[in-house]
Design a protein around this ligand. Structure first.
Ligand SMILES: [Zn+2]
Length: 83
C-alpha cells in the first residue's frame, strides 16, 4: 500500500509546500502526482496562489476564501470518485 488518494493529497498539500512532509509521505505524494494530472493542476494552482498573495501555504489554508476553494475541490473529487 504505497499510493495515496486524491483527498489525502489535498490534506497533505500544505505540508508538501512547506517542505515538512516525512520522506516516505513525500515519496507517496510525488508518486500520486506522477499518475494524477488533476492533482498536479491542483498543486500548481495552490503554488500560484501562494506566490500571488505572498502567504505561506499554512497561512493560506487558514484564509476563508481558500478554505472554501479547498472544500470545492474536495467535493469535486468525491463526485469523481463516486461517479
Ligand atoms: Zn489525485
Amino acid at each position: 500500500m504505497t499510493d495515496i488518494a486524491c483527498n489525502e493529497l489535498v490534506e497533505l498539500v500544505t505540508d508538501y509546500m512547506e517542505g515538512t512532509l516525512a520522506p516516505a509521505e513525500r515519496a507517496r505524494f510525488d508518486a500520486h502526482l506522477s499518475e494524477c494530472p488533476d492533482c498536479v493542476e491542483y498543486v500548481a494552482q495552490m503554488h500560484r496562489t501562494v506566490v500571488a498573495v505572498g502567504l505561506s501555504a499554512v497561512e493560506l489554508e487558514r484564509t476563508p476564501a481558500v478554505t472554501a476553494l479547498l472544500q470545492v475541490f474536495r467535493d469535486w473529487k468525491r463526485e469523481l470518485a463516486t461517479g
